[in-house]
Write a protein that binds this ligand. Structure first.
Ligand code: NOJ
Ligand code: MG
Length: 544
C-alpha cells in the first residue's frame, strides 16, 4: 500500500443521513384524521409526531401524494403538483408539519408522481382541447392504426389498452395506468423543465427527499414498438391481463439514465443531501443495479429493493435474496429493504401474525435504508374488504386482491374509529380492520411484550454504528435459521440469529450480550456458545 493509499483508506466515506435511515411510509388518507371527514390529513400527521419520534424513533417519513387530485387513484392522479388538496390541508399546514418534523430531527420525503398527471390537470385539459394546442405534445398522442385500433399493443397496468381514444381530436393518448392518468411525454424538453420546477418547488420549501413513483416509466421506446408476449406471469404478484406481455418497450428505455442524472442534478444543487428513492419493479438484479449507474453513481440514490415483499418465509430463500441484493449493489452505493407498502398485502398476513416480530428484527438489522409501512409496527393485518366497499381502482378493474386491504385506518386506540377520526366523525373512508379493539397503539404501549415495543427497542439498537452502517456477512446457520453479522470499525460487532422454523433449534453463537430479542426477558443477558431459540424467536447480540 502506498502512503497515498493509506491516506485514502484512513478517511471514512462521507456519511449521508439516508444511509441506514428508517423511513416510515405514511399513506396519508389512512394515518390520522384531524377534521372528522373520515380521511387522514396533514394536521393528523402533525398530531401524531410523538408516535414517530418517541414511541418509534424513525429517521424520516414519506408522505404519499397529498396534492390536488380527483382521487381516481387516491392521489396518484395529480391535478396540481404545487399545492395541497383541501382534503388534506393547505400549503401553510404542510409548512407547519415540515417545520415541526425538522424541529424533532425527523426528515420529510414527499411522493413525486412524474410519469402521469390527472386528466383534469390543466396541462392535459389544454393538450386534449385541440391538435394544435401548444400543450398537445406534452402528452403522447398518436393516430389510430389503419383499422382504427390503438397505435400499438401496450397494455395498461390497471387493465385494457394503454391507449384511450379521444373522439373530439380523433387521436389516441397514452396512459400506463388509468385512462384518467395520461402519461406525460418526458422526451419533450418543456415537460422536463416544468416537472423539474415542480420538484424544486418542494425542495425549496425544505423537503429532504422524494420517493419517485414508477420512475422507470418516464422513458419509453420512442418508436413505440409492440411489447412481446409473455409465457408466464411477468410480475411478482399476478396482475392478470397486463401480465400477458413483457413490458420492455413501455418502460425502462436506456435514455432513462441520463434523465435520472438530470434529476439527481436538481437534488444536488441543494447543499444539504437531498435524497431520491425510485419505485422501480425489476426482478433481474443486474438490470436493477444499473439504476445506480455505477461507477459514477450520479443517478437517483437508489431503486427500491422490493425482494422481501415477495420472498417466502423460508430461511434459505431469504438468505439467498439478501445475499443477492448485497452482491448486486455496486461498490460505493447503498442498499435498501422494504417489507410493506400501500400496494402489497400486509406483512403480518403474508408471513403470519406469529412471525411479525421476527420479520421486524430482520428488516431493522439488515444493511441499508429501510422503508417501513404505517401500522406494521402493531401488526395490522390485511383486511378483507366487503365487495361493496372496495375503492381501489386496481382491485375493481383487474379483479385482483384489492389494495384497500393494506390501506385501512391506523389503529390508535379502542376508542370510536380506533382513534383515527374524532369520535363524532360519521365514519372512515375504508372500514377498520376487525381486530382494532385489541390491536392498537395504546394497548401495545402498555404491553412490554408487544410488537410495538419490539420496534422501539430495535430502532434504538439500530443507532449503533454496526447496525446503522456496518458491513453485512452471512454466518453458518442450522436449517430453518438465518444468522448474520453486522460490523463497523470502532464499534462492537452485532450478530443476529433468527429461527424461522417451528421447532426449538440450538444455534452456536459467539460471546456477547443480548441487545434485543423477541422475548424481552432475554435482553441484557450474556450469551456464549449454543443457545436454544424457539420457533419464530430471534436475538440480536452485541459481541464482547
Ligand atoms: C405506483 C404506486 O405505488 C401505486 O399506488 C399507483 O397506483 C401507481 N404507481 C400509479 O401511480
Ligand atoms: Mg380529514
Amino acid at each position: 500500500m502506498t502512503p497515498q493509499d493509506e491516506t485514502v483508506a484512513a478517511v471514512p466515506p462521507p456519511e449521508h443521513w439516508w444511509q441506514g435511515a428508517v423511513v416510515y411510509q405514511i399513506y396519508v388518507r389512512s394515518f390520522a384524521d384531524s377534521d372528522g371527514d373520515g380521511i387522514g390529513d396533514l394536521e393528523g400527521i402533525r398530531s401524531r409526531l410523538d408516535h414517530l419520534t418517541e414511541t418509534l424513533g424513525v429517521d424520516a417519513i414519506w408522505i404519499t401524494p397529498f396534492f390536488p387530485s380527483p382521487m381516481r387513484d387516491f392521489g396518484y392522479d395529480v391535478a396540481d403538483y404545487c399545492d395541497v388538496d383541501p382534503l388534506f390541508g393547505d400549503l401553510a399546514r404542510f409548512d407547519s408539519l415540515l417545520s415541526d418534523c425538522h424541529q424533532r430531527g425527523l426528515r420529510v420525503m414527499i411522493d413525486w408522481v412524474p410519469n402521469h398527471t390527472s386528466d383534469l390537470h390543466p396541462w392535459f385539459v389544454e393538450s386534449r382541447s385541440s391538435r394544435d394546442n401548444p400543450k398537445r405534445d406534452w402528452y403522447v398522442w398518436r393516430d389510430p392504426a389503419d383499422d382504427g385500433s390503438p397505435p400499438n399493443n401496450w397494455l395498461a397496468m390497471f387493465g385494457g389498452s394503454s391507449w384511450e381514444w379521444d373522439e373530439r381530436t380523433r387521436q389516441y393518448y397514452l396512459h400506463s395506468f388509468l385512462p384518467e392518468q395520461p402519461d406525460l411525454d418526458w422526451r419533450n424538453p418543456e415537460v422536463e423543465s416544468a416537472m423539474l420546477d415542480s420538484l424544486r418547488f418542494w425542495l425549496d420549501r425544505g423537503v429532504d427527499g422524494v420517493r419517485i413513483d414508477v420512475a422507470h416509466y418516464l422513458m419509453k421506446d420512442p418508436g413505440l414498438t409492440d411489447n412481446p408476449p409473455a409465457e408466464g406471469p411477468t410480475d411478482y404478484r399476478p396482475l392478470g391481463e397486463p401480465d400477458s406481455q413483457i413490458h420492455i418497450n413501455d418502460r425502462g428505455h436506456p435514455d432513462i439514465h441520463s434523465l435520472f442524472r438530470r434529476i439527481r442534478g436538481v437534488l444536488d444543487s441543494y447543499p444539504d443531501d437531498r435524497f431520491a428513492i425510485a419505485e422501480i419493479h425489476e426482478s433481474d438484479w443486474e438490470t436493477w443495479a444499473s439504476y445506480y449507474q455505477p461507477p459514477s453513481l450520479d443517478s437517483i440514490h437508489m431503486p427500491f429493493n422490493f425482494s422481501l415483499l415477495y420472498a417466502p418465509w423460508d430461511a434459505e430463500e431469504l438468505r439467498q435474496s439478501i445475499e443477492a441484493a448485497e452482491a448486486a449493489v455496486p461498490e460505493g452505493a447503498w442498499p435498501n429493504h422494504v417489507l410493506g407498502n400501500h400496494d402489497e398485502a400486509r406483512v403480518a398476513s403474508r408471513f403470519g401474525e406469529r412471525r411479525a416480530g421476527l420479520a421486524a428484527i430482520l428488516l431493522l438489522t439488515l444493511r441499508g435504508t429501510v422503508t417501513m409501512y404505517y401500522g406494521d409496527e402493531i401488526g395490522m393485518p390485511e383486511t378483507a374488504i366487503p365487495p361493496g366497499e372496495i375503492r381501489d381502482p386496481q382491485g375493481i378493474r383487474l379483479g385482483t386482491p384489492t389494495r384497500d386491504g393494506c390501506r385501512t385506518p391506523m389503529q390508535w386506540s379502542d376508542q370510536p374509529h380506533a382513534g383515527f377520526s374524532p369520535p363524532e366523525a360519521p365514519g372512515t373512508w375504508l372500514p377498520l380492520s376487525t381486530d382494532w379493539k385489541q390491536r392498537n397503539v395504546d394497548s401495545q404501549l402498555d404491553d412490554p411484550g408487544s410488537l410495538l415495543q419490539l420496534y422501539h427497542r430495535l430502532l434504538a439498537a439500530r443507532r449503533s454504528p454496526s447496525l446503522r452502517r456496518g458491513a453485512f456477512r452471512s454466518l453458518p446457520a442450522p436449517p430453518g435459521c438465518l444468522v448474520y453479522e453486522r460490523s463497523a470499525p470502532g464499534s462492537a460487532a452485532v450478530v443476529v440469529a433468527l429461527n424461522l422454523g417451528g421447532d426449538v433449534t440450538a444455534i452456536d453463537l459467539p460471546a456477547g450480550t443480548v441487545l434485543v430479542a423477541t422475548d424481552p426477558g432475554a435482553e441484557g443477558k450474556p450469551v456464549s456458545g449454543p443457545i436454544e431459540l424457539a420457533g419464530n424467536e430471534g436475538v440480536v447480540i452485541e459481541l464482547t
